[in-house]
Design a protein around this ligand. Structure first.
Ligand SMILES: Cc1cc2nc3c(=O)[nH]c(=O)nc-3n(C[C@H](O)[C@H](O)[C@H](O)COP(=O)(O)OP(=O)(O)OC[C@H]3O[C@@H](n4cnc5c(N)ncnc54)[C@H](O)[C@@H]3O)c2cc1C
Length: 657
């Protein structure tokens, strides 16, 4: 496979229709703690009176898109904001439970900007860009102030100070939270700021409107093609710059903790217009989800990582022990994370916790139906702090668990198992969050930027809001101030062509009239991905997937059955388009996973592990972000290696022992 892959080093241009694209991360130089300040000073500004002359398209109204849209409008830009839900208030960000990191050091327990930076680079297994991560840690402290000013009700201690808890991969308590509903409360803050700008006429909000293509004119992103999900109308929207805050693509696996609507369409179609896709195989498997209970399921439920602050993870010491948990004495329990990783215990990072759960289950020591589960036990915490303290911290999560499993976690340990949760891969962006298409910016989970091969818990909300409130509003001004824009309108031939292509695609999907539902293809694709490109990956499995995925795709285009019509609210049609994109993305993920023969973070190549079963990196060969370039329907994508250098956190074998 490797020899088949066309590779270019940074700056060498492959001969494709996107030949003028090069990778330049545009990282500022100098001491890392001064880079962002220096860059902000060096960037061009748009003066306040000129801001109202520019229009920015914002696709997405989650924490990244919503915060960015509100901030840009507050600055004076005109914003057109799009989402596929019926309200920006329903973006997937609302599901985030556990918390948001910030290096405030309120606990006086040794935290600092440098420590958050260090933990994030190490947690990402040395596959992220140092300058970006340092900036993220720096602005994390502003996020909390911003959100408190908006009225976000973070948990407080008795004396009124903001409370913190711990998340995986850190030995300090730096996670701010609002019970188990942090995402909801943060989104309400961003949403109110957005609504204020909608009322002020600075943001035009398009709900139930799905971006289906990107308009690139003269090499720059100038707009999007959308479909009105209620009337089926396809139209072009034009602007001076386009921002994607469209979230992650974990639903390629069918079963995941993501909201059912999360999809890859916006970034995938932008990839096909020339935006490079970086590290698509870097996906995160979260260790604490409610185990799969059968083939009927279409969604998995997360039990927040915050539960690992007080819950203890264990399995029986002996394989095949099917006694109920309370009948298994202490001496016959294996608190395997505590014994294997005494420094971090139950709070090891997600990739490590997930792999260990899989390992004990593979040894036949898993619990619950099918043996695919481990216990998360609160008995000790309840004994120590009392049931009310636990209810106060995690009440809504416990209720959710009980409603789904019909077991009372105050009395019985929860059963949990790893599940797909987050995608570290995404569109490649430079330090300004701009993709390889000038004028196309990508923020939040949709970009690849800050988490390397494994994201630490509570860092996604931090990144989305850092991008939206504090980074993009500067960097987009630099782009706008340095460019001139011809006036264009939707009669432009590129708009006409793209609109016709979308209308054709809808017609084709509706006319196939085959025998299988969209979901049946999605479910099959998800199983191939989970089995071969999931928690463990190996060459043979990936080759199998690469053979099978094109077959599933071919059958889809011959045998899918999409009911209803275009000129109506038609969820089957919406899904069909998204699943078609997932099938293409799945192939790129496997190509990426196959080429990266090292293990790092969540990408565990079984051929590359230490004697103790930990991920074994190959820094000499793979210290780069793999930025894939679309090369046409019938050609293989081109691999561009964007090197990563580590001046401040030196790559070492990650240890949480
Ligand atoms: C169950 C769960 C719990 C989590 N808990 C935490 C946590 O405690 N802490 C943490 O840091 N992270 C957590 N995460 C991760 C975090 O929630 C997400 O990474 C983050 O919210 C993503 O925000 P976003 O703004 O990038 O995308 P999203 O919130 O997914 O928003 C995407 C937006 O893009 C729009 N969109 C997408 N495609 C299109 C299109 N084609 N056309 C038009 N609009 C489009 C959508 O309508 C939506 O408005 C959790 C994730 C899950 C699944």
């Amino acid at each position: 496979m490797e020899s088949d892959t066309q590779t270019t080093k940074v700056g060498v241009r492959p001969a494709t229709e996107f030949a003028d694209i090069t990778l330049d991360a545009k990282e500022p130089s100098g001491p890392i703690e001064q880079r962002w300040d220096k860059h902000r000073f060096d960037m061009k500004l748009v003066n306040p009176a000129n801001k109202r002359k520019y229009t920015v398209i914002m696709v997405g109204s989650g924490l990244a898109g919503g915060s960015a849209a509100a901030t840009l409008a507050e600055l004076g830009y005109n914003v057109k904001c799009f989402c596929y839900q019926d309200s920006p208030r329903r973006a997937h960000s609302i599901a985030a439970q556990g918390g948001i990191n910030a290096a405030k050091n309120y606990q006086n327990d040794g935290d600092s900007v440098f420590r958050l930076f260090y933990d994030t680079v190490k947690g990402g297994d040395f596959r992220s860009r140092e300058s970006n991560v340092y900036r993220l840690a720096q602005v994390s402290v502003n996020i909390i102030d911003q959100c408190v000013a908006q009225g976000v009700p973070f948990a407080r201690e008795y004396g009124g100070l903001l409370a913190n808890r711990s998340f995986g991969g850190a030995q300090v308590s730096r996670t701010f939270y609002a019970r188990g509903q942090t995402g909801q409360q943060l989104l309400l803050g961003a949403y109110q700021a957005l609504e204020r700008q909608i009322a002020a006429g600075k943001v035009t909000m398009y709900t139930r409107t799905e971006m289906l293509d990107l308009i690139v004119i003269d090499g720059r992103a100038r707009g999007i093609v959308t479909r009105d999900m209620v009337t089926g109308k396809v139209e072009s929207h034009l602007a001076d710059a386009v921002v994607l805050g469209t979230g992650g693509y974990g639903n390629v696996f069918f079963l995941s903790t993501n909201a059912k609507g999360c999809n890859t369409t916006a970034i995938w179609r932008s990839y096909k217009r020339g935006a490079f896709f970086a590290n698509p195989c870097f996906t995160q498997i979260h260790p604490t989800c409610i185990p799969v209970s059968g083939d009927h399921q279409s969604k998995l439920t997360l039990m927040s990582e915050s539960l690992r602050n007080d819950g203890r993870i264990w399995v029986p010491k002996n394989a095949g022990d099917v006694r109920p948990p309370h009948q298994i004495p202490e001496s016959e329990r294996d608190y395997y994370l505590e014994s294997r990783y005494p420094s971090f215990g139950n709070l090891v990072p997600r990739d490590v916790a997930s792999r260990n759960a899989k390992q004990v289950c593979d040894e036949g020591r898993g619990v619950g139906p099918g043996g695919l589960g481990v216990y998360l036990d609160f008995a000790d915490a309840i004994k120590r702090m009392g049931v009310n303290a636990i209810r106060e911290r995690y009440g809504n999560l416990f209720d959710m668990y009980q409603r789904i499993t019909d077991e009372n976690p105050y009395e019985l340990p929860m059963r949990i198992y790893p599940a797909i949760h987050y995608t570290m891969g995404g569109l490649w962006v430079d330090y300004n969050l701009m993709s390889t298409i000038p004028g196309l910016f990508v923020i939040g989970e949709a970009n690849f930027s800050d988490h390397g091969a494994n994201r630490l818990g509570a860092s996604a909300l931090m990144q989305g809001l850092a991008d939206g409130y504090f980074i993009l509003p500067y960097t987009i001004g630099n782009y706008l101030a340095g460019s001139t824009f011809d006036k264009i309108d939707p009669t432009h031939p590129v708009c006409q062509e793209r609109e016709a292509e979308i209308a054709d695609r809808m017609k084709t999907l509706l006319s196939i009239n085959g025998k299988r539902s969209v979901d049946s293809f999605h479910r099959e694709l998800g199983k191939v991905m989970w089995d071969n490109c999931g928690m463990g990956r190996n060459e043979q499995g990936l080759m199998t997937a690469l053979q099978r995925i094109p077959e599933i795709r071919a059958e889809f285009w011959e045998n899918v059955r999409v009911l209803g019509e275009n000129e109506d609210f038609n969820q089957s049609l919406e899904k069909a388009g998204r699943v078609a994109d997932f099938m293409e993305l799945a192939e790129l993920m496997c190509i990426d996973a196959l080429h990266r023969s090292e293990s790092c973070g969540g990408h565990f190549r079984e051929e590359s592990q230490t004697a103790e079963g930990e991920a074994l990196r190959d820094d000499e060969k793979f210290s780069y972000a793999a930025a894939w370039q679309y090369n046409g329907e019938s050609s293989k994508p081109v691999l561009n290696e964007a090197p990563l250098t580590f001046e401040y956190v030196h790559p070492s074998q990650r240890s949480y022992k």
